[in-house]
Design a protein around this ligand. Structure first.
Ligand SMILES: NC(=O)c1ccc[n+]([C@@H]2O[C@H](COP(=O)([O-])OP(=O)(O)OC[C@H]3O[C@@H](n4cnc5c(N)ncnc54)[C@H](O)[C@@H]3O)[C@@H](O)[C@H]2O)c1
Length: 256
């Protein structure tokens, strides 16, 4: 299905391994008007190169998603230049590295808990709140979660709790925006080696467990996630909202 005419904001590109890089590529290949955003000045040059590599012609905006005034100013710039959006991809998360190791209770702090929730969960709500009136009817919002929201995954710790908040936010946001036929869903992706994943202790071990235990004995790729995101952005998923869809080669069904 062609996404021609759909304006989609893709947040969270940091490298060509980012899940959002594969998503931007897929949506662009299906003729969406892809607008990208990146976190800060430090990433600017790299992201602009990636934008060229992807042949994305619309602008890239710098926006720290923990800062409402930066989101507001990005919204104003986007709407002035391109009009309303039809889709938002929220693909950002952060927790202090020292908290993504060992036992949760030993390493969690009030500040770490707060920053993990602010950036990894509240930022989705902030995007929806600020773009609410600039989303066309039948828009689709997609975020990225992980099974650590539902089960204890060693070292994932405070991020698991923030992802649980994110998955619950998806349901409340779907309810808040449903009257205007705006849909909100999460993809719970299997583990993929990205910059964010590198911050989690023992990540290679997680990859090995997935490969061994999932019904489809492989790890997933960023393209697998991009394909399902494409479905969620397209009108093919017009009756799907408030869901967390697992894109994990079936790992979540296995008792282990
Ligand atoms: N890689 C995995 O194994 C995996 C699995 C499931 C879910 N996820 C989720 O996918 C999403 C994307 O992560 P990724 O694996 O592609 O890694 P990544 O490091 O490529 O992307 C994470 C992005 O978050 C951005 N970010 C962090 N703080 C931000 C802020 N304050 N404002 C704006 N952007 C900010 C970073 O700049 C980066 O672009 C995250 O939500 C992550 O939790 C990843």
């Amino acid at each position: 299905m062609n996404l021609k005419g759909k304006n989609v904001l893709v947040t969270g590109i940091a490298s060509n391994r980012s899940i959002s890089y594969a998503i931007a590529k897929k949506l662009n290949e299906h003729s969406a008007n892809v607008i990208i955003s990146y976190q800060n000045e430090r990433l600017k040059d790299r992201v602009l190169k990636l934008k060229d590599e992807l042949k994305i012609t619309l602008d890239a905006y710098q926006c720290d998603l923990s800062n409402d005034s930066e989101i507001l100013s990005m919204k104003k710039n986007i709407v002035d230049k391109y009009g309303n959006l039809d889709g938002i991809i929220h693909s950002a998360a952060f927790a202090p590295r020292e908290e993504l190791t060992g036992k949760y209770l030993d390493n969690v702090t009030r500040d770490g808990f707060s920053v993990a929730h602010d950036i990894s969960a509240y930022s989705l709500t902030a995007l929806c709140k600020i773009f609410k009136d600039s989303l066309n009817e039948s828009s689709s919002v997609v975020t990225l979660s992980y099974i650590g929201a539902q089960r204890v995954v060693q070292n994932y710790n405070v991020m698991g709790i923030a992802k649980a908040s994110l998955e619950s936010s998806v349901k409340y946001l779907a309810d808040s925006l449903g009257e205007r036929k705006v849909r909100v869903n999460a993809i719970s992706a299997g583990p993929i080696k990205t910059l964010a994943a590198a911050g989690i202790s023992g990540f290679n071990q997680i990859l090995n467990v997935y490969e061994e235990k999932s019904p489809i004995k492989e790890n997933i790729t960023t393209e697998d996630v991009a394909n399902v995101t494409y479905f969620l952005i397209s009108n093919l998923s017009s009756s799907v909202t408030g869901q967390t869809l697992y894109v994990d080669n079936g790992f979540n069904i296995v008792g282990y």
